[in-house]
Structures are given as structure tokens and as C-alpha cells.
Design a protein around this ligand. Structure first.
Ligand code: ADP
Ligand code: MG
Length: 697
């Protein structure tokens, strides 16, 4: 029997169940089934007593005697209740479905092993729909080890394909002595870590005897998963480097030198200089650059991007800077054209709302090469935007763009331009290594001098009056204030009302000041006008949705109030907070939530209050949410799904796997030697299963 055997040939599966496996879980072969790991394990040798139970416990096992049974409730709400006891107390078992069957099976006076999730109902502990087996020597003998639990769907359960049934099918498969498990990891790796074999690991993950053994199996399988992801990414990036020549920038150029000595409004930080040098080194290497620049909000990425664009222009190329929103693109355009004014270069802005006439000029100048720096939004990606010689592209706030969009920019020149992607969402190291394995990463780890950390507070709604008093005092000192509301797709209408209500009450509370409002529904021109008024200090308060989240720069704003802060992710909160603290004044961020919030929300608010460090926050976010929740484009950056490894907690395993893959590729780049053949075959198998974006960074 092979791992590639169709699952319908396993005894007890058959066509109906195999269709369920395929439709609900995507499992078609025996290999798929064995790769469907349990999500938890319960120790079936452990028994609790009734007095020990609490409704915090997951699953528990008890030995109890049935004292009586009765029907309770009326008509459709009817349920069967069994009163059971052990030496320490009594509790109830409850059934809402299959009542007739249970009534016939369960005997009053008989003792049972009962297994299920305890909950508190009124004053009494109960277990709904427990598993029950008559208490005797035979039953106890069966309960020797750990029971694996598999996720199933409602549909599967209603067709008798629940977790227990999957356990039984897996057990049957594993019993087959003919089952052939090829080792997939290279022998040197197996030796280095004394890993258990793939065969033993798969047995153990489904039927562990001890927690220690289970841990060993998990470690091996996690390593394997991360190893193949790294192998895939690094192999492809090697190929990519060989394949793509880059435009060579031979000199830093007079333009950049003049900018550096004459136009810089401030001295660059050490980190900024280091990054510019690294980018320049890449761009003159003769290979195409693909670099990710991470830097916390306010760390000064724009000037780095501009400096490098000027190097490109100085070498006779065109450069482009793309931002995710119109507001941000416009702001880049304004500040950049101001900074380079004396250099006499041709800079233009292209967005969705650029007028036809201006557009024609831009198209013309792009093609004849006279337009040197184009700044804009997604509009840059359109096919009709044709450069004559694009050499350098910057993508700001890259997490807002998908992989496909990045790829599109490659096609804008026959020799692809150098690509610099920038993000202020500090992607945790482990994730960056996994997703951007093929990008070089630079980090700006130093803020410009003189910044004061932003003081962050978490207020409940009942402190609203104090909040308004505080805002008034800040505005009287000459500062400005942001008030941000969530706007999330599913409940857009309600959110919109919240925002408008908020705006109304703010205008009533602060009649003496002008208030701006910006949200997604407004026309670009209106938005821009409101932003301009706020930026120039005409309006003192800006009420907005997250459209102001990225990039916006108003140094005089010193307070960021975030309403319904519990509805934002940590990284998003950090981004929003980064809108203040850009000037010399002490700045504040106030997180507003209602009083009744869960434990996790409280934890998240505390992290924000305690830390100003984007990396710390991103790590915490990853731990709290788990990598499964990371937004779609990031997940799709992974070549294969993660089933057992966890990027938040398995960083150490990932680091080892990465190192080992690098070593492997150094000695046997194409996995041609006999001892690496199975490893190569496994990689091909995985790739066949999942279509992926791999060849493009
Ligand atoms: P981000 O990395 O968030 O995009 P910006 O590039 O918008 O940050 O820079 C934030 C602010 O810091 C801007 O007002 C910018 O002019 C200023 N800035 C950038 N670099 C320096 C520096 N080396 N010294 C002082 N101010 C700087
Ligand atoms: Mg920025």
C-alpha cells in the first residue's frame, strides 16, 4: 500500500465517506489522511471526580453511576437529563438529540465511564452529549493512552464521520504493515538532530503513547514542514537571481550628491545612511534588486526612497514611487517636489483622479523619457502607463499590495527595474524569513533624534468627559487632534452612522473650533481639501476612519483618539498611533473601549500602553492572533500551508531549518545526489499540490 492510494480503498471508508473526506477536508489519499494531524490530545488514563470539575476544563473523564433519568422542558425544547453521582457529589448529563436511543441504552443503577466537556448550568455541573461506556475491566483496559481529536465539519458529523470515526480509520491505515513511508529529510539532517523516522513520527502524531514521545514527533514534523518551505523559497530565489539581470547603476551621480549636500533638510540617521548604501550596492551589482525595507512608523523611509530614486535618475533611468492611497501619494508628491525643487528634475503625480489633460502629458513625457520621477497610486500599474526606461521602483506600505501587483511592476521594462518595497508593519523575523525568503531585508532600527515616546492610555467610555477636557487643553496649547473610528466591511452602514454621530457630537462639544471629516465615501477632491485644511491648521480636529492610517504626516497633531479600539488589530493601532509624535511636542494616544471587554482585548490594550516598539507589538500580535489570522496576501506568500508548525512559537525550529537548507543548497544545489533524491521528489510532490506565486518575490 502506498501513501498515494485513494482513501476509498481503506476498509470501512467506501465511496460516500471518501467523497465527504474530499469535499470537506480536501483529503483524497492515504498520505493526505495521515497528514491530517489531530488538533489536540486527551489523556484517557486520567479520571476526575465530580467535585474537581470546573467549567474552565476542556474535556474530562469520570466514573459515575446513573441514579435516575427524566425528561425536562416542553415540546421542541425537550431534553433528556440523567442524574449521576460518584463518591464526591452529583451532576447531570444532558441530551437534546437522539433521546430515544439514549433512553434505551443507558441503564439506571449502572456505572459508566463518561467523557465530555463540563459546563456550569444554573447551580449544577453538566455535560451535554457525553461519550459513555459501561464501566468494566474491558473498558478500562482500552483506555490506555492519549486520544487524538480531529477537526470535522457539521456535515461530516451528521454522516457519522466524527473525530472518533477518523481515529478508527487512521488506526486501520497505520496497522497495515505494507504501508511504505519514504524518508523525506536528507540523511545528514536526520543524523544531526537524531530525529525519529517519518514512519514513526506519523504513527506517533496520531497515536502517541506518552507526551514526551508526542513532543518528539511534533518537532520532527514541524521541522519537516518548515524545511520544505525554506527549500522551495531558497531554490526559487537562487534561480531568480541567476535568471534576472539588473540595470547596473554605475555611479551615485551628481544629482544625488547635490541633493545630499544642498537639499537635505536634516542630517540622515546612521540607519538611513546604512540602508541607502546597501541599496546602492545592490543596484550596481548587475543583478536585479529585490529588497524589503522595514522601519517603524516615523523612522524616515521616504527620504531613503527618494535618495535611491535620485541615484537611479542620475544614472539615466526613470523612477517610480507607488503608495496605497491617494492621500498618501499626494503627500509624498508634495513633500518630495518641495525637497527637490532646486534640482530641476521633472516630478509628476498620477492617481485615479488625475485629469485627462494632465494624464496625456504624463503619458507623453513617460514615453519620451522626460518625466524622471512618477509618484502615484495603483494607477501606475495600468497597462497604458508605459515608461521609456524604468530603472527603479519603490512600493510604499507594501502590505497593502498583493504579490500580483508587485509582479506587474516587473513588466514595465524589458530588464526588470530594481524593486524596493517598504513597510512600517514590522513583520516579525520568523514571518519575514518565511514569506520574504527571497527578498533581502534591511531594517531602519533608529528613529530620528529628539522624538519623545508617545504616551498611551486606555480609557473606558465613562471617562469621556475627562477626555474632552484634555483635548480642549491640548487644542488651546495650539495642537491638533485626530479621532479615528473603525470602518469594517460587514457592518459598514452601522460604522458609518457611528462615525457621523461621533462627528456631530464633536462639533457640538467644540463649537469654537473647526472640525474636518474624512472617510472612504467622500470624493477624492473633498478628502484632499479636508486633509489640506487639517495639515495647514485651519481645522483643529480630524474625525476620520482608517483612511488616514498610513503615511499621513501632520507634525502639529499631538493626540490620537481611537474609538472602539478593540476592533483594530495591534499592528493597525500602532500604525494609527504613529500619526502623532512627529513633531517636537509630547504626544498622546488614547484607546477608547467600552467597559465590558474580554481578557484578550484587555491584554491587547495593555501591550499598546506598555510598548512603543513596532517589532515588540508585531510579535505580540502574532502570538495573540496566531499566524492563521495574518492577512490574506501574507498567507498566500507561503508556498505550502502550515499544518503543524506555528510561526509565532516555532521561530527556533525555523531558524535551524533555514540554516540547514542553505547548507544543503551550497553542497547540492539541484538535489542531484542519490541521498537527496527522496527530498527532491517530496518537494516536487508538494509543488504539484499547490499552485503558487513562487517565481515572483
Ligand atoms: P515613515 O518611515 O513612517 O514613512 P517618514 O519618511 O514619513 O516616516 O518620516 C517621518 C518624519 O520624520 C518626516 O517628517 C520626516 O521629514 C522626518 N525625518 C526623516 N528622517 C529624519 C532625520 N534623519 N532627522 C530628522 N527628521 C527626519
Ligand atoms: Mg511612510
Amino acid at each position: 500500500m502506498l501513501l498515494s492510494t485513494d482513501i476509498k480503498y481503506v476498509a470501512g471508508v467506501g465511496p460516500a465517506k471518501s467523497k465527504l473526506f474530499a469535499d470537506e477536508l480536501g483529503i483524497t489519499t492515504i498520505g493526505d489522511l495521515l497528514g491530517y494531524y489531530p488538533y489536540k490530545y486527551i489523556d484517557r488514563t486520567k479520571f476526575y471526580t465530580i467535585s474537581e470539575l470546573s467549567d474552565q476544563m476542556p474535556y474530562v473523564q469520570l466514573k459515575v453511576k446513573v441514579l435516575g433519568m427524566e425528561m425536562r422542558g416542553v415540546a421542541r425544547k425537550e431534553r433528556l437529563v440523567a442524574i449521576v453521582a460518584d463518591a464526591t457529589g452529583t451532576m447531570e448529563l444532558v441530551w437534546f438529540k437522539g433521546v430515544k436511543y439514549v433512553k434505551n441504552q443507558v441503564q439506571i443503577g449502572q456505572s459508566y465511564v463518561v467523557f465530555g466537556k463540563p459546563t456550569m448550568f444554573g447551580q449544577k455541573m453538566n455535560i451535554a452529549h457525553p461519550e459513555m461506556e459501561v464501566l468494566n475491566a474491558q473498558t478500562l483496559e482500552k483506555l490506555t493512552g492519549w486520544q487524538a481529536f480531529y477537526n470535522t465539519s457539521e456535515k461530516m458529523k451528521s454522516h457519522y464521520l466524527d473525530s472518533r470515526a477518523i481515529s478508527r480509520i487512521v488506526a486501520k491505515v497505520l496497522q497495515d504493515e505494507m504501508l511504505n513511508f519514504d524518508e523525506t529529510l536528507p540523511p545528514e539532517v536526520m543524523e544531526r538532530y537524531h530525529f525519529m523516522s517519518r514512519c514513526q513520527a506519523l504513527h506517533t502524531i496520531h497515536q502517541p503513547a506518552t507526551p514526551q514521545e508526542l513532543k518528539l514527533a511534533q518537532t520532527r514534523l514541524k521541522y519537516e514542514e518548515l524545511f520544505f518551505i525554506q527549500l522551495d523559497i531558497l531554490k526559487k530565489s537562487k534561480r531568480q537571481r541567476q535568471r534576472f539581470r539588473g540595470q547596473p547603476f554605475t555611479k551615485s551621480g551628481e544629482l544625488f550628491n547635490r541633493f545630499y549636500t544642498e537639499c537635505l533638510p536634516f542630517p540622515l540617521t546612521g540607519a538611513q545612511k546604512r540602508v541607502i548604501r546597501a541599496i546602492f550596492d545592490d543596484c550596481r551589482s548587475g543583478r536585479q534588486m529585490n529588497r524589503l525595507l522595514q522601519g517603524d512608523v516615523g523612522s524616515g523611509k521616504t527620504i531613503v526612497a527618494l535618495s535611491c530614486a535620485l541615484i537611479a535618475i542620475g544614472n539615466g533611468f526613470q523612477a517610480a514611487i507607488m503608495a496605497p492611497t491617494e492621500i498618501l501619494a499626494t503627500q509624498h508628491y508634495q513633500s518630495i517636489s518641495q525637497m527637490v525643487e532646486s534640482l530641476g528634475i521633472n516630478v509628476k503625480l498620477l492617481t485615479g483622479s488625475t485629469a485627462k489633460k494632465q494624464r496625456t502629458i504624463i503619458d507623453q513625457e513617460l514615453q519620451d523619457g522626460s518625466l524622471q520621477l512618477l509618484i502615484g497610486t495603483h494607477a501606475l500599474l495600468e497597462d497604458k502607463v508605459q515608461f521609456s526606461n524604468l530603472g527603479f521602483v519603490v512600493i510604499d506600505e507594501q502590505h497593502r499590495f498583493g504579490v500580483a501587483q508587485r509582479a506587474k511592476l516587473w513588466t514595465k521594462n524589458t530588464i526588470p527595474p530594481h524593486v524596493l518595497v517598504m513597510t512600517a508593519t514590522p513583520i516579525p523575523r520568523t514571518l519575514a524569513m518565511t514569506i520574504y525568503g527571497d527578498l533581502d531585508v534591511s531594517i531602519i532600527d533608529e528613529l530620528p533624534p529628539g522624538r519623545k515616546p508617545i504616551a498611551t492610555y486606555h480609557y473606558f467610555d465613562n471617562k469621556r468627559q475627562e477626555l474632552y477636557g484634555f483635548l480642549r487643553r491640548e487644542i488651546e496649547k495650539g495642537r491638533q487632534v485626530y479621532i479615528v473610528y473603525p470602518l469594517i466591511h460587514e457592518s459598514e452602514k452601522m460604522d458609518y452612522r457611528n462615525l457621523m454621530d461621533g462627528y456631530d457630537s464633536i462639533t457640538k462639544i467644540f463649537p469654537e473650533y473647526q472640525v474636518s471629516i474624512v472617510h472612504g465615501e467622500l470624493k477624492a477632491a473633498v478628502k484632499e481639501e479636508e486633509m489640506r485644511k487639517f495639515a495647514e491648521g485651519e481645522t483643529k480636529i480630524m474625525v476620520a476612519t482608517t483612511v488616514i492610517e498610513v503615511g499621513v504626516n501632520v507634525p502639529n497633531a499631538s493626540v490620537m483618539v481611537i474609538e472602539n479600539a478593540d476592533r483594530f488589530g495591534l499592528s493597525q493601532l500602532h500604525q494609527l498611533r504613529g500619526r502623532v509624535g512627529r513633531g517636537a511636542e509630547q504626544s498622546y494616544c488614547i484607546l477608547m473601549t467600552k467597559y465590558e471587554i474580554g481578557n484578550e482585548t484587555r491584554q491587547r490594550m495593555n501591550i499598546m500602553v506598555d510598548s512603543n516598539d513596532g517589532f515588540v507589538i508585531a510579535e505580540a500580535d502574532l502570538k495573540l492572533r496566531g499566524p492563521g489570522d495574518i492577512d490574506g496576501t501574507m498567507q498566500s506568500g507561503l508556498p505550502f500551508d502550515l499544518r503543524i508548525a506555528n510561526l509565532a512559537t516555532d521561530g527556533e525550529i525555523l531558524t535551524h531549518a533555514r540554516h540547514d537548507v542553505e547548507q544543503l543548497l551550497e553542497t547540492d544545489e539541484d538535489l542531484q545526489t542519490p541521498e537527496h533524491e527522496l527530498c527532491r521528489i517530496r518537494l516536487e510532490q508538494l509543488n504539484r499540490k499547490k499552485q503558487n506565486w513562487g517565481t515572483i518575490s
